[in-house]
Design a protein around this ligand. Structure first.
Ligand code: HEC
Ligand code: HEC
Ligand code: HEC
Ligand code: HEC
Ligand code: HEC
Length: 467
């Protein structure tokens, strides 16, 4: 019958349409990131004033009554100041005579994307953000879940499809009656329990399940490409790249133990008790090392009883240091209004970065955000791979020496481990660790085998990798 599969097709098409629309409706934070880097980053950062000329853009959108004014500002800020828009005038009084570049050619979409990028990594506080997965949704940025809206859309579509199916069924009855034989019009219950609808529902549940699982995995951060902001803008490109510091200088436990630990603040101090300013952030980021461990760079001494000091006492020490450095760099005798703003911004940034939910005070170890993280049921050993297997760190972690922000390069999935174990030849010959594999040694000597892979020595056995 001609109408037989029509209802399924209608549902599928509507579903597809809705899906396409919902995907397109989002301004893209990825595109925004590129635009931000190209046009705005010279003067703005997302979350702190740093050395930049303009204000941090995180949260800026909320300071504008409406997006029309904000977008107009970005296209031509001076025009908005002349018009006397209250936010524009307020900004100008704070930042004059610095003039923001005009961007008359940016489209609404492009500006929306930039704001989505900026807001997506901004959670309402200054300082480093833990969540890069959060994504804004275009010009009107909402952090709220969109699930209720999706459910309503799905509901409306389902009712629509049901009605259509019922109409088709009735049409069928009329058509068949004309041809002289009888077909019953289907009741709503019959339609709901028909094979096609049930198949479709199962299919939808599977898609939804897969979708939420992927989302959950993203939340856990156990994901390729994961690159959260850290409490300190620590750059591997600066340390391991430009200054060629050996990975093991900082991650020394990789060679001899299961874990490759993150260096403690004392390791940083080996160099940073002397290197007090950076070429990128000036005093801003390195001061965080001092504030966490209680080193006073002005007197070059560790502060006694640092852990018992109040926030105000700590603030006095480090704002003095930042202020002195500001005066030194700008060759000024006193702190001017801009200097005061720099000191206040930097202090706010230091405080945010070092204080978090686990660590309610500024003092104490720096809480780096963990990036690589296998589930608890998996056993992975660095020494086994680095010392015995003689693998370079870069095999699994990528070109770390080029990363400003650390990023997870490998999927860390079971397939990833297994593939490498199948393909990788173990350095068998002169490795004392494999001395007891007599049979392989004999076979190699007799020319019966040309190589031994990790799989050959048991690298695919479940219990080797699972507790
Ligand atoms: C040449 C430096 C410069 C560039 C490039 C620049 N800005 Fe600005 N921006 C500023 C300054 C300075 C201010 C403060 C107001 C003033 O002095 O005009 C500002 C203010 C802003 C504000 C207002 C913030 C608030 O708190 O209300 C927004 C929004 C903004 N800029 C967005 C952008 C975007 C988006 C880009 C890139 C497309 C950009 N800016 C590029 C210098 C710049
Ligand atoms: C000067 C010290 C230092 C050096 C040298 C260094 N690292 Fe790191 N590494 C750190 C710090 C601090 C972190 C934590 C902050 C971060 O993730 O950026 C870290 C994080 C990492 C992480 C991510 C850890 C996680 O949370 O999953 C990896 C992987 C890593 N480093 C690999 C390397 C490799 C490979 C090299 C050599 C090319 C290297 N590091 C050199 C200090 C260092
Ligand atoms: C072996 C020496 C050494 C060690 C150890 C070291 N650093 Fe550095 N660090 C440097 C050098 C050199 C620079 C470059 C300074 C410059 O920009 O001129 C630097 C720059 C930085 C900067 C960049 C500042 C800027 O504005 O450019 C930060 C932040 C930083 N280090 C943090 C850390 C942290 C956190 C640790 C400990 C985990 C650490 N460093 C360990 C040598 C070291
Ligand atoms: C065979 C692949 C592989 C090699 C080679 C490797 N790593 Fe890792 N690395 C991993 C995996 C997998 C994890 C996640 C471990 C976990 O979650 O238990 C990890 C985690 C880390 C971490 C986070 C802390 C931890 O142990 O969980 C650091 C730091 C690190 N690696 C540094 C290094 C350095 C430095 C080297 C080189 C000396 C290196 N890695 C070589 C696979 C590798
Ligand atoms: C070379 C190491 C390795 C071997 C061998 C290995 N696994 Fe895994 N397995 C992993 C890793 C890593 C994960 C975690 C994957 C993730 O988190 O995405 C995992 C995850 C799993 C999971 C959980 C799936 C999930 O999504 O968390 C099961 C079940 C599992 N493995 C079963 C097995 C069985 C059965 C074998 C033997 C046939 C085996 N594994 C052999 C490394 C291994």
């Amino acid at each position: 019958m001609i109408y037989k599969h029509l209802s399924i097709k209608i549902i599928a098409t509507l579903f597809g349409l809705w899906f396409a629309v919902s995907l397109n409706a989002q301004a893209s934070p990825d595109a925004g990131k590129e635009l931000f880097k190209n046009y705005c980053a010279a003067c703005h950062s997302k979350d702190m004033r740093s050395a930049a000329t303009g204000p941090a853009l995180g949260g800026a959108q909320t300071k504008w009554a409406d997006d029309v004014a904000l977008y107009a500002w970005i296209r031509n800020s001076q025009a908005m100041i002349q018009k006397g828009h209250p936010r524009a005038v307020e900004l100008w009084n704070q930042y004059k005579p610095t003039v923001m570049t005009a961007f008359p050619n940016l489209t609404d979409d492009e500006i929306g994307s930039i704001m989505a990028y900026v807001n997506g990594v901004y959670d309402g506080t200054y300082g480093p953000k833990k969540d890069v997965a959060a994504v804004g949704t275009g010009a009107k940025v909402e952090e709220k879940s969109q699930l209720p809206m999706y459910l309503i859309i799905v509901g409306v579509l389902a009712i629509l499809a049901l009605l259509l199916t019922k109409i088709i069924s009735n049409l069928n009855q009329i058509a068949s009656a004309k041809e002289g034989y009888q077909v019953e019009a289907k009741t709503i219950t019959q339609i709901l329990t028909s094979k096609g609808v049930v198949t479709f529902l199962i299919f939808a549940v599977i898609i939804l399940g897969a979708y939420t699982t992927v989302n959950k995995a993203t939340e856990l951060g156990r994901q390729e490409g994961y690159a959260p902001d850290q409490p300190i803008k620590f750059s591997h490109a600066t340390h391991a790249g430009v200054h060629k510091i050996d990975c093991q200088y900082c991650h020394d436990s990789a060679r001899r133990s299961k874990h490759s630990s993150i260096p403690g603040t004392n390791t940083c101090m080996n160099c940073h008790s002397a290197i007090k300013n950076g070429s990128m952030y000036g005093t801003a980021e390195i001061t965080k090392i001092y504030a966490s461990i209680g080193y006073d760079p002005s007197t070059q001494k560790y502060i006694e009883n640092y852990n018992a000091k109040s926030e105000d006492e700590i603030k006095a020490i480090y704002t003095k240091w930042i202020g002195d450095e500001y005066k030194r760099v700008k060759e000024k005798a006193d702190i001017d209004a801009e200097g005061e703003r720099v000191v206040a911004d930097q202090w706010a940034n230091i405080k945010e970065s070092l204080t978090n939910d686990q660590k309610k005070q500024i003092q104490g170890p720096i809480e780096w955000v963990r990036i690589h993280n296998l589930p608890d049921h998996v056993y992975f050993n660095h020494a086994q791979h680095v010392t015995v297997g003689k693998l370079a760190c870069q095999t699994c972690h990528g070109k770390v020496e080029e990363m400003d922000l650390m990023k997870q390069m490998s999927p860390l999935s079971m397939g990833w481990c297994i593939n490498c174990h199948r393909q990788t030849e173990v350095k068998f010959k002169d490795n004392a660790y494999y001395a007891n594999y007599t049979r392989y040694h004999e076979e190699l000597a007799a020319g019966k085998r040309d190589k031994v892979t990790v799989a050959d020595i048991g690298g695919l056995e479940c219990q080797k990798c699972h507790y």
